[in-house]
Write a protein that binds this ligand. Sequence first.
Ligand SMILES: O=P(O)(O)O[C@H]1O[C@H](CO)[C@@H](O)[C@H]1O
Length: 305
Amino acid sequence: MESREHLGYSYEQILQVVKFLKLVVPNFKPLVGVICGSGLGPLADSLSDKIEVPYEDIPLFPASTVVGHGGKLVFGTVGGVPVICMKGRFHAYEGYPLWKVVMPVRVMRLMGVEYLIVTNAAGGIPSSMNVGDIMIIKDHVNMMGMGGQNPLRGPNIEEFGPRFPAMNKTYDRALVKAGLKIAESLGMEDMTHEGVYGCVGGPNYETIAELLMLQSCGVDSVGMSTAHEVIAAGHCGMKVFGFSLITNKAILDYDSSEVPNHEEVIAAAKAKEAKLQGFTEAMIKHMGSLKNAGPPSMCSCGGRR
Ligand SMILES: O=P(O)(O)O[C@H]1O[C@H](CO)[C@@H](O)[C@H]1O
Protein backbone atom coordinates (compact mmCIF):
# COMPACT_ATOMS: atom_id res chain seq x y z
CA MET A 1 0.00 0.00 0.00
CA GLU A 2 1.25 3.50 -0.75
CA SER A 3 2.27 5.39 2.37
CA ARG A 4 0.23 8.41 3.45
CA GLU A 5 1.61 11.51 5.10
CA HIS A 6 1.50 11.37 8.91
CA LEU A 7 -2.06 12.32 9.74
CA GLY A 8 -2.53 12.01 13.44
CA TYR A 9 -2.16 10.20 16.69
CA SER A 10 -3.28 6.60 16.88
CA TYR A 11 -6.06 5.54 19.23
CA GLU A 12 -3.40 3.91 21.42
CA GLN A 13 -1.41 7.15 21.67
CA ILE A 14 -4.49 9.04 22.80
CA LEU A 15 -5.21 6.28 25.32
CA GLN A 16 -1.72 6.82 26.72
CA VAL A 17 -2.55 10.48 27.39
CA VAL A 18 -5.77 9.43 29.08
CA LYS A 19 -3.90 6.88 31.22
CA PHE A 20 -1.51 9.62 32.33
CA LEU A 21 -4.37 11.96 33.29
CA LYS A 22 -6.19 9.20 35.15
CA LEU A 23 -3.11 8.81 37.34
CA VAL A 24 -3.19 12.56 38.07
CA VAL A 25 -6.94 12.63 38.81
CA PRO A 26 -7.83 9.09 39.86
CA ASN A 27 -11.57 8.29 40.09
CA PHE A 28 -12.50 11.56 38.35
CA LYS A 29 -14.91 11.09 35.45
CA PRO A 30 -15.79 14.43 33.87
CA LEU A 31 -19.27 14.77 32.41
CA VAL A 32 -18.74 18.18 30.81
CA GLY A 33 -15.76 19.52 28.88
CA VAL A 34 -15.22 23.25 28.39
CA ILE A 35 -12.88 24.84 25.84
CA CYS A 36 -12.04 28.41 26.83
CA GLY A 37 -11.68 30.87 23.97
CA SER A 38 -9.34 33.88 23.74
CA GLY A 39 -9.42 35.75 27.05
CA LEU A 40 -12.08 33.35 28.36
CA GLY A 41 -9.73 31.34 30.61
CA PRO A 42 -11.49 32.72 33.73
CA LEU A 43 -14.37 30.35 32.85
CA ALA A 44 -12.14 27.67 34.39
CA ASP A 45 -11.38 29.67 37.53
CA SER A 46 -14.76 29.21 39.12
CA LEU A 47 -14.49 25.41 39.38
CA SER A 48 -14.49 23.98 42.91
CA ASP A 49 -11.81 21.54 44.12
CA LYS A 50 -9.59 22.47 41.20
CA ILE A 51 -6.64 20.41 40.01
CA GLU A 52 -4.58 22.13 37.33
CA VAL A 53 -2.26 20.29 34.97
CA PRO A 54 0.01 22.41 32.72
CA TYR A 55 0.03 21.27 29.11
CA GLU A 56 3.80 20.91 29.18
CA ASP A 57 3.45 18.14 31.80
CA ILE A 58 1.05 16.11 29.66
CA PRO A 59 2.50 13.66 27.13
CA LEU A 60 1.89 14.64 23.47
CA PHE A 61 0.12 17.92 24.39
CA PRO A 62 1.08 20.90 22.23
CA ALA A 63 1.99 24.23 23.83
CA SER A 64 -0.41 27.17 23.97
CA THR A 65 1.25 30.07 22.18
CA VAL A 66 -1.51 32.69 21.88
CA VAL A 67 -1.95 35.61 24.31
CA GLY A 68 -5.10 35.01 26.35
CA HIS A 69 -4.75 31.21 26.21
CA GLY A 70 -3.42 29.88 29.51
CA GLY A 71 -2.05 26.43 28.72
CA LYS A 72 -3.49 24.07 31.31
CA LEU A 73 -6.16 21.47 31.83
CA VAL A 74 -8.29 22.26 34.86
CA PHE A 75 -10.31 19.54 36.59
CA GLY A 76 -13.01 20.41 39.12
CA THR A 77 -16.73 20.59 39.77
CA VAL A 78 -19.59 23.05 39.28
CA GLY A 79 -22.57 22.38 41.54
CA GLY A 80 -21.29 18.83 41.93
CA VAL A 81 -20.98 18.24 38.16
CA PRO A 82 -17.48 17.01 37.23
CA VAL A 83 -15.86 19.21 34.59
CA ILE A 84 -12.63 19.35 32.62
CA CYS A 85 -11.63 22.73 31.16
CA MET A 86 -9.08 23.47 28.48
CA LYS A 87 -7.71 26.79 29.63
CA GLY A 88 -6.11 27.59 26.31
CA ARG A 89 -6.85 26.02 22.95
CA PHE A 90 -4.76 25.35 19.87
CA HIS A 91 -5.21 26.94 16.46
CA ALA A 92 -4.10 25.94 12.98
CA TYR A 93 -2.37 29.30 12.48
CA GLU A 94 0.01 28.49 15.35
CA GLY A 95 1.42 25.86 13.02
CA TYR A 96 -0.41 22.86 14.42
CA PRO A 97 -2.01 20.30 12.15
CA LEU A 98 -5.72 20.01 12.80
CA TRP A 99 -5.44 16.46 14.16
CA LYS A 100 -3.24 17.93 16.90
CA VAL A 101 -5.60 20.87 17.47
CA VAL A 102 -8.42 18.45 18.28
CA MET A 103 -6.47 15.82 20.20
CA PRO A 104 -7.64 17.17 23.60
CA VAL A 105 -11.27 16.74 22.50
CA ARG A 106 -10.63 13.05 21.93
CA VAL A 107 -8.82 12.85 25.25
CA MET A 108 -11.85 14.42 26.95
CA ARG A 109 -14.14 11.88 25.29
CA LEU A 110 -12.06 8.96 26.53
CA MET A 111 -12.01 10.50 30.02
CA GLY A 112 -15.82 10.25 29.96
CA VAL A 113 -17.00 13.67 28.71
CA GLU A 114 -20.48 13.56 27.17
CA TYR A 115 -21.20 17.28 26.79
CA LEU A 116 -18.77 19.76 25.26
CA ILE A 117 -19.05 23.53 25.71
CA VAL A 118 -16.96 25.36 23.11
CA THR A 119 -16.41 29.07 23.55
CA ASN A 120 -14.65 31.60 21.39
CA ALA A 121 -13.95 35.26 20.86
CA ALA A 122 -15.33 36.36 17.50
CA GLY A 123 -16.12 39.30 15.29
CA GLY A 124 -19.83 40.06 14.96
CA ILE A 125 -21.17 40.64 11.46
CA PRO A 126 -24.85 41.70 11.87
CA SER A 127 -25.23 45.33 12.93
CA SER A 128 -27.53 44.12 15.73
CA MET A 129 -24.58 42.43 17.46
CA ASN A 130 -22.62 44.59 19.86
CA VAL A 131 -19.27 44.11 21.52
CA GLY A 132 -19.89 42.15 24.72
CA ASP A 133 -22.92 40.27 23.35
CA ILE A 134 -22.93 36.52 23.15
CA MET A 135 -24.05 34.42 20.21
CA ILE A 136 -25.22 30.89 20.88
CA ILE A 137 -23.93 28.84 17.96
CA LYS A 138 -26.63 26.98 16.08
CA ASP A 139 -24.39 25.94 13.19
CA HIS A 140 -21.10 26.71 11.50
CA VAL A 141 -19.61 27.40 8.09
CA ASN A 142 -16.16 25.88 8.06
CA MET A 143 -14.19 27.68 5.36
CA MET A 144 -11.08 25.63 6.17
CA GLY A 145 -12.96 22.35 6.09
CA MET A 146 -14.57 23.16 2.77
CA GLY A 147 -11.07 23.65 1.39
CA GLY A 148 -10.08 20.15 2.54
CA GLN A 149 -8.44 21.04 5.86
CA ASN A 150 -10.29 18.78 8.25
CA PRO A 151 -9.24 17.24 11.57
CA LEU A 152 -10.67 13.90 10.41
CA ARG A 153 -8.51 13.82 7.29
CA GLY A 154 -6.40 10.67 7.16
CA PRO A 155 -7.13 7.12 8.23
CA ASN A 156 -10.39 7.02 10.17
CA ILE A 157 -10.13 5.88 13.79
CA GLU A 158 -13.16 3.64 14.03
CA GLU A 159 -13.01 3.59 17.84
CA PHE A 160 -14.00 7.28 17.77
CA GLY A 161 -16.56 7.30 14.99
CA PRO A 162 -17.41 6.62 11.36
CA ARG A 163 -15.58 7.66 8.21
CA PHE A 164 -18.41 9.94 7.09
CA PRO A 165 -20.01 11.55 10.14
CA ALA A 166 -23.15 13.63 9.77
CA MET A 167 -22.86 17.20 11.08
CA ASN A 168 -26.42 18.53 10.81
CA LYS A 169 -27.21 17.61 14.42
CA THR A 170 -23.87 18.42 15.98
CA TYR A 171 -24.93 21.63 17.71
CA ASP A 172 -27.56 20.07 19.94
CA ARG A 173 -30.90 21.83 19.37
CA ALA A 174 -32.17 21.16 22.88
CA LEU A 175 -29.01 22.70 24.34
CA VAL A 176 -29.35 25.76 22.07
CA LYS A 177 -32.91 26.26 23.34
CA ALA A 178 -31.81 25.65 26.94
CA GLY A 179 -29.00 28.19 26.46
CA LEU A 180 -31.43 30.86 25.25
CA LYS A 181 -33.71 30.20 28.24
CA ILE A 182 -30.84 30.23 30.71
CA ALA A 183 -29.57 33.52 29.26
CA GLU A 184 -33.05 34.95 29.76
CA SER A 185 -33.26 33.67 33.33
CA LEU A 186 -29.96 35.43 34.05
CA GLY A 187 -31.28 38.70 32.61
CA MET A 188 -28.95 38.44 29.61
CA GLU A 189 -31.62 38.28 26.91
CA ASP A 190 -30.76 41.70 25.46
CA MET A 191 -27.18 40.64 24.87
CA THR A 192 -27.86 37.11 23.59
CA HIS A 193 -28.24 36.04 19.96
CA GLU A 194 -28.45 32.75 18.12
CA GLY A 195 -26.44 32.41 14.94
CA VAL A 196 -23.91 30.80 12.65
CA TYR A 197 -20.17 30.78 13.36
CA GLY A 198 -17.75 31.08 10.44
CA CYS A 199 -14.32 29.50 10.81
CA VAL A 200 -11.45 31.05 8.88
CA GLY A 201 -7.78 30.09 9.02
CA GLY A 202 -6.28 33.34 10.30
CA PRO A 203 -4.06 34.66 11.73
CA ASN A 204 -4.93 37.80 9.79
CA TYR A 205 -8.34 39.32 10.40
CA GLU A 206 -10.62 39.36 7.38
CA THR A 207 -10.69 41.81 4.51
CA ILE A 208 -13.93 43.68 3.94
CA ALA A 209 -14.63 41.63 0.81
CA GLU A 210 -14.12 38.41 2.79
CA LEU A 211 -16.51 39.59 5.50
CA LEU A 212 -19.11 40.52 2.90
CA MET A 213 -18.76 37.05 1.39
CA LEU A 214 -19.15 35.41 4.83
CA GLN A 215 -22.19 37.59 5.49
CA SER A 216 -23.75 36.47 2.23
CA CYS A 217 -23.10 32.84 3.29
CA GLY A 218 -25.17 33.35 6.44
CA VAL A 219 -22.27 33.75 8.86
CA ASP A 220 -22.95 35.90 11.95
CA SER A 221 -19.76 35.56 13.99
CA VAL A 222 -16.29 34.94 12.63
CA GLY A 223 -13.22 33.42 14.26
CA MET A 224 -10.26 31.13 13.74
CA SER A 225 -11.17 28.12 15.84
CA THR A 226 -14.03 25.99 17.13
CA ALA A 227 -15.25 24.25 13.96
CA HIS A 228 -12.43 21.67 14.09
CA GLU A 229 -13.13 20.86 17.74
CA VAL A 230 -16.83 20.58 17.05
CA ILE A 231 -16.20 18.20 14.14
CA ALA A 232 -14.01 15.96 16.32
CA ALA A 233 -16.57 16.10 19.14
CA GLY A 234 -19.45 15.24 16.82
CA HIS A 235 -17.42 12.43 15.29
CA CYS A 236 -16.94 10.75 18.66
CA GLY A 237 -20.53 11.25 19.75
CA MET A 238 -20.41 14.20 22.13
CA LYS A 239 -23.31 16.61 22.49
CA VAL A 240 -22.03 20.10 21.69
CA PHE A 241 -23.04 23.53 22.92
CA GLY A 242 -21.10 26.57 21.78
CA PHE A 243 -21.12 30.31 22.12
CA SER A 244 -19.16 33.23 20.71
CA LEU A 245 -18.38 36.31 22.73
CA ILE A 246 -18.58 39.19 20.26
CA THR A 247 -15.31 40.97 20.97
CA ASN A 248 -15.35 43.31 17.98
CA LYS A 249 -17.73 44.36 15.27
CA ALA A 250 -16.84 43.25 11.77
CA ILE A 251 -15.78 46.32 9.80
CA LEU A 252 -17.73 46.36 6.55
CA ASP A 253 -17.17 49.98 5.63
CA TYR A 254 -14.15 50.93 3.49
CA ASP A 255 -14.12 54.40 5.01
CA SER A 256 -14.11 53.23 8.65
CA SER A 257 -11.09 54.30 10.68
CA GLU A 258 -11.38 51.24 12.98
CA VAL A 259 -8.91 48.37 12.82
CA PRO A 260 -9.50 45.04 14.60
CA ASN A 261 -6.82 43.87 17.01
CA HIS A 262 -6.22 41.14 19.59
CA GLU A 263 -5.92 43.65 22.47
CA GLU A 264 -9.56 44.70 22.05
CA VAL A 265 -10.51 41.02 21.85
CA ILE A 266 -8.88 40.30 25.22
CA ALA A 267 -10.31 43.48 26.77
CA ALA A 268 -13.86 42.63 25.65
CA ALA A 269 -13.52 39.16 27.18
CA LYS A 270 -12.24 40.62 30.47
CA ALA A 271 -15.17 43.03 30.63
CA LYS A 272 -17.71 40.17 30.45
CA GLU A 273 -15.85 37.71 32.70
CA ALA A 274 -18.42 37.51 35.52
CA LYS A 275 -21.48 37.26 33.26
CA LEU A 276 -19.92 34.57 31.11
CA GLN A 277 -18.83 32.60 34.17
CA GLY A 278 -22.40 32.68 35.49
CA PHE A 279 -23.83 31.62 32.14
CA THR A 280 -21.35 28.78 31.68
CA GLU A 281 -21.90 27.52 35.22
CA ALA A 282 -25.66 27.47 34.62
CA MET A 283 -25.17 25.49 31.39
CA ILE A 284 -22.95 22.98 33.19
CA LYS A 285 -25.55 22.52 35.94
CA HIS A 286 -28.22 22.06 33.28
CA MET A 287 -26.12 19.34 31.63
CA GLY A 288 -25.70 17.69 35.03
CA SER A 289 -29.48 17.68 35.49
CA LEU A 290 -29.92 16.06 32.05
CA LYS A 291 -27.53 13.32 33.05
CA ASN A 292 -29.38 12.74 36.33
CA ALA A 293 -32.64 12.55 34.44
CA GLY A 294 -31.25 9.64 32.40
CA PRO A 295 -28.31 8.85 30.12
CA PRO A 296 -28.13 11.18 27.11
CA SER A 297 -28.88 9.44 23.86
CA MET A 298 -25.53 9.97 22.24
CA CYS A 299 -25.55 11.09 18.64
CA SER A 300 -26.05 8.38 16.13
CA CYS A 301 -22.66 8.82 14.53
CA GLY A 302 -21.76 5.27 15.43
CA GLY A 303 -18.77 5.85 17.73
CA ARG A 304 -17.71 2.58 19.41
CA ARG A 305 -16.65 3.17 22.96
O1 LIG B 1 -11.24 31.45 18.74
P1 LIG B 1 -10.51 31.93 19.92
O2 LIG B 1 -9.49 30.95 20.40
O3 LIG B 1 -11.44 32.35 21.03
O4 LIG B 1 -9.67 33.23 19.49
C1 LIG B 1 -10.06 34.22 18.55
O5 LIG B 1 -9.29 35.36 18.88
C2 LIG B 1 -8.04 35.34 18.14
C3 LIG B 1 -7.96 36.62 17.34
O6 LIG B 1 -8.08 37.75 18.12
C4 LIG B 1 -8.12 34.14 17.22
O7 LIG B 1 -7.43 33.06 17.76
C5 LIG B 1 -9.59 33.88 17.14
O8 LIG B 1 -9.91 32.55 16.78
